[in-house]
Every structure is written in structure tokens, then in C-alpha cells.
Design a protein around this ligand. Structure first.
Ligand SMILES: [Zn+2]
Length: 170
């Protein structure tokens, strides 16, 4: 798992050959993912398994794992997000061929060969990311902690407010 993935790969040839490729890809090379992350220092571990099934569909299955730093949409602090994507893609050469794919595969339209692996991987990572990432639990999220203290303060103030109302009635 120490090698970097190749930048480009002929996907159809890899499917014909039944290749299995394991390697790492730096987050910094996934240009469409970068705007969503607070740090691009890490690398993702990728497994790509190519093949051809009984119906003749060339496919690419595999997984992408790693830790991303996303911005919590509640407190705007960064949060670690463990990424673990599994995918099953059927290779098609143009959008019209998507209808021939069985529903066991999501379509991967191969517009040009050799394909840029960073683009294929970016698509899968973007599909897997939450639209609005949030810290889990009150301990980690600053906003929830602040809300909790604010509501505790409000409850403490409440008896005085009631007293104030009683005074005004007298
Ligand atoms: Zn948060």
C-alpha cells in the first residue's frame, strides 16, 4: 500500500486484463475535493479491481479510505471525517450506453483513454461526502456546547424573570 496510483490508466485495457491496483493518492491532487477540506495533507488509500463480468460488462470496483478534514456546518470548526467508500462502476463509452448496464453497476462514462484516475476518484469521494457535515455529539461541537450553556443560563435567569413579573403585577 506504499505506492502512489498511476496518474492515468487505460480503463478498458485494465478491465480486459483483470488488473488489481492498490495505491495511495494525495488529497492535494483531487482538485474538486480541495475546496471542501480544511487540510490537504493526507493521502487516501485506494483499491481498484478491474474485470469483465459474464454479460461482458467491463467494470471497476473498489474502495477509497482515508481521513478528511471537513468544516462542521454548525460551529465552523474543522472535524475529522473517516471516509470509506465502496463503488461498483460499469464502464461505458458514451451516455447512450448507460441503459445497457445492469443495476449492479453505476455508470462510469469513459470519455477519453487513458483516463485520469484523480477524476474518477474525485467523483466517488464527492458522492460520498455529507452535504452538511456536523460534529457528532455535544462534546466535540463548539456550537452545541455554546447552545447548551446559553440555555442553562436562560433557565437560571428564568426565576428572576418570573419574580419581575410578579413585582409588576403588585
Ligand atoms: Zn461543530
Amino acid at each position: 500500500m506504499k505506492d502512489h496510483l498511476p496518474d492515468r490508466l487505460d480503463l478498458y485495457a485494465a478491465a480486459e486484463a483483470g488488473r488489481v491496483i492498490r495505491g495511495r493518492i494525495p488529497l492535494a491532487s483531487l482538485t474538486r475535493v480541495i475546496p471542501l477540506t480544511s487540510s490537504v495533507a493526507s493521502e487516501l488509500e485506494v483499491i481498484l479491481e478491474f474485470g469483465r463480468d459474464q454479460e461482458g460488462t467491463r467494470y471497476l470496483t473498489g474502495s477509497i479510505r482515508g481521513m478528511l478534514e471537513l468544516q462542521c456546518q454548525r460551529c465552523l470548526e474543522s472535524m475529522d471525517y473517516p471516509l470509506n467508500v465502496k463503488f461498483r462502476l460499469g464502464l461505458v463509452q458514451n451516455p447512450d450506453d448507460v441503459q445497457y448496464l445492469t443495476d449492479r453497476f453505476e455508470p462510469l462514462i469513459v470519455a477519453a483513454e487513458p483516463a485520469l484516475l484523480a477524476e474518477v476518484i474525485s467523483d466517488e469521494v464527492l458522492l460520498a461526502l455529507p452535504i452538511a457535515p456536523l460534529h457528532e455529539g455535544m462534546v466535540n461541537c463548539r456550537e452545541v456546547t455554546a447552545d447548551y450553556h446559553a440555555s442553562a443560563d436562560a433557565q437560571r435567569d428564568n426565576p428572576f424573570a418570573v419574580l419581575e413579573q410578579l413585582k409588576q403585577k403588585q
